[in-house]
Every structure is written in C-alpha cells, then in structure tokens.
Ligand binder design. Structure first.
Ligand SMILES: [Zn+2]
Length: 412
C-alpha cells in the first residue's frame, strides 16, 4: 500500500504520544480499509488527557476543541474529513438530537483545514489551474491587467469556517443593495453576501431545517453551480460560491424537505455515545478543555498538525484517484438494488470513495472503499423523511450491509 512520506511521522507521533487503552470504536463502518487518517481518529479516541506542564499561550479567545480529541463519532468525523478532502462530494448533513457534539465537531475542523489559493479580488478571480475543474471562469478586467503586469492575484490562506447566523435574511445570504451607501451617498451599490464570502471555504448551517425554504434553495443552488447572480433592478452582480456545505439538524425540531435532504452529498445520523467509558472520556476531556483551553489544545497540537498535513496530501492526490472496475460495478449494483432514482447517489458515492482512497494514500478506489462509504452516501435517498427516524435508519443500514455482503460473497 502506497503512503505519503509524512505517514511515518504520523506513525511516530502515534507511537510516542497516543496510548491506545480503549477498545476500538464500534461505529467504524464495516469493512473499512485501514487508512492513516482513519487510524489517527481511532487512536486519538483513546488518548488520555494529561500530564504535560501547563502552557500559557496568552490567548484571550478560546481556541476550538481539537478535532482529534472528539471521542468516537467516527462516521461524523470521517464524513467531514472526506468533504474537506474532496469538495465534489457536495457537503455533509448531520442529523441527530441536541448535545451530541455536532457543532463542536464542525467547529473543531478549523485547525485541520489546509491553505487554499484565496483571491485578492472582490469578485473572487483566480488564475487557471487553481480552481476545481467545473467552475473555471474568466478574470475580471482588473485582474486581467494585474496578470499582465505579473502581479499576484491570490494569497494562500487557510480554509475558513463561515457560520450562517440563524436569523440570516435572504439579502444577508446572497447580498443586496448597500442601504447605508444608498441613504448616505444617494447611490446604489451591490454588496457581497455570506455565500460570496464563503467562496473557497466551509459554510456551516446549524439547524438547517429551521431555515426558510427560499434561503435554503438559494444556498443549495449557489453551492451546486459554484456561482450565483444577484439582480436588483437594473443592477446585477455575479459572485463565485465554491464552498463545502455542512448542515446540521435535530429531527425533533422539524423536518427537512426530501429534495433538500437529497442535495447533501453525505448524510450522517449522530447519536449519543452508548459506551460508558467513552462517555466518561468525553466528560473528562470537556472538563480539561474548559479548565485550560490553550493547554488542552497544545497537548493535541502535534497530532493536529500531522493530520492537517495528511489532509493536504490527500487533497492533492484526489484528482489522480481512479475508480477500479470492480468498485464501479459494486457501486452501480448497490444503487440498482436499493432502487435509488437520484443520480446524485452514484456521484456522491464515487466521489466519496475517491476521497476515502486518497485519505489512505492510494490512487485506485477499491471495493472496500465503496463498502465503507456506501451507508454515508446512500442512506435516505429513496424515501420520505421518516417518523420513526432511528428505527428506520438501522433497518436501512442493515439492508445496505446485507447487499454489500451478498454481492461480495462475504469476502473481506
Ligand atoms: Zn478579479
């Protein structure tokens, strides 16, 4: 198995710093291939909070809880990492009750996000070859001039997490007329919205099911096209909006239209942990983090840096990852057997499997990759939102697993 060079460093970090003293997490997808990233998640799930001397970093704002310090919740963490590694997956929807760590987990992603070319132009222009395949567009006149003069059009900036405020209005989201300028200077100017500011970044919508349909539609359209146009009277502005969408929702608080559900690439059902030791570990870590956030984060810094490098390598590898013929056949057969109509099913399944292989440092998607990813990519694509949510969920997962086992004759 080919692995990126930094793999050894990570293994080194694991050996020195990470004590494996818990049983392996039980919610790892069945048949998951051993991947470095995944392995790190598993091992870090057992790391004890501890023994280093306090580090006073003098930071006033609390740094986010480290992603690697989140206990268990493998599906959620894998889905989020895959979406960062391959944005073509089309985002992640986290579904589950309150207090299960959805928001903490999303916010904790921040320290793992690699740097991306970030345009210096308000219109988001980037030179050829720096933007993912489909959303390539021309430079604005100003950037074209700059390019001629050999001036830089972008800087490398870490991907940011942009959170959509709960009370966001449509104008806030897509942009609109700057009212202050309109009143004070008696002229009309279009202002970029949250979607445009989320370009090249991660957009997080907590409680996406409570958002107005019209806003959700605007966001999903912009995400799908990679750009959007705002018209106000005679004025029009087109903005780039290539972002990874992460939504979360509590099914007790209202349903999400099935067509919206279908437009998220991966769907994760997040539940409270069932293992007593895990729950105790969560308590201890949260307590340690609250008591001394900077110190807690510093204890995880080396592992976090290693994981960030691993993710950056995986992102670079994704364009080269091919689908094996067997993997293709298995994926399509699963979709036929599960009677899925939406063509997003295979798109997401294959793109997620490519990210999964890349996370493992391989350039060929295997049957095992498809098996590991299928529940995330295929669940809840074929029926209406269900009343008895979790009951139905496990039935469906069992059925997916059954088909996987049937097709591959239980070979592992
Ligand atoms: Zn420009």
């Amino acid at each position: 198995m080919k692995r990126p060079a930094s793999a050894r460093n990570i293994a080194g970090v694991s050996e020195q710093k990470i004590m494996i003293d818990n049983p392996p997490d039980t919610d790892i997808p069945e048949g998951a291939s051993p991947s470095l990233l995944l392995q790190m998640l598993r091992e870090s799930g057992a790391q004890r909070v501890l023994t280093q001397k306090p580090v006073d970093l003098g930071i006033a704002d609390n740094p986010p809880f480290p992603f690697l310090a989140v206990v268990a919740q493998m599906e959620m963490r894998i889905a989020l990492l895959l979406a960062v590694i391959n944005p073509a997956i089309g985002g992640v929807l986290l579904i589950g009750p309150r207090g299960t760590g959805k928001t903490t987990c999303v916010r904790s992603l921040v320290d793992l996000l690699p740097a991306v070319p970030t345009s210096l132009c308000p219109e988001g222009c980037l030179p050829d070859g720096l933007v993912g395949d489909s959303h390539q567009s021309d430079l604005c006149p100003e950037c074209a001039l700059k390019a001629e003069r050999g001036e830089p059009l972008y800087t490398m900036e870490p991907i940011r997490l942009v959170e959509l405020p709960l009370n966001a209005r449509l104008e806030d989201v897509v942009g609109g007329i700057n009212e202050r300028i309109a009143v004070q200077q008696n002229r009309v100017r279009l202002e970029r919205g949250i979607l445009s500011r989320a370009d090249q970044n991660l957009l997080y919508i907590d409680e996406v099911n409570l958002l107005d349909d019209i806003i959700v539609d605007a966001i999903l359209d912009a995400a799908a096209q990679g750009h959007y146009t705002v018209r106000r009277g005679a004025m029009a502005g087109t903005y780039r909006s290539r972002f990874v969408l992460v939504g979360s929702m509590n099914p007790e608080e209202g349903r999400l239209r099935p067509q919206i559900m279908d437009r998220f690439g991966l769907r994760v059902t997040v539940r409270g942990l069932t293992d007593d030791e895990d729950r105790l570990e969560v308590y201890q870590r949260v307590r340690a983090y609250r008591a001394a956030p900077a110190r807690f984060v510093a204890e995880w810094a080396a592992a976090t840096t290693a994981a960030r490098e691993e993710i950056a390598l995986a992102r670079e590898l994704v364009p080269a990852v091919q689908l094996g013929r067997e993997a293709q056949t298995l994926g399509l057969e699963l979709i036929t057997r599960l009677k899925l109509d939406s063509h997003r099913a295979e798109y997401t399944l294959f793109e997620a499997a490519r990210a999964y292989a890349a996370a493992d440092g391989r350039d060929l998607v295997s049957v095992q990759d498809i098996r590991a990813i299928a529940p995330l990519a295929l669940r809840q694509r074929r029926s209406q939102f269900m009343d008895d949510f979790f009951a139905r969920q496990s039935e469906e997962d069992a059925e997916i697993q059954y088909e996987i086992d049937t097709i591959s004759g239980n070979a592992s």
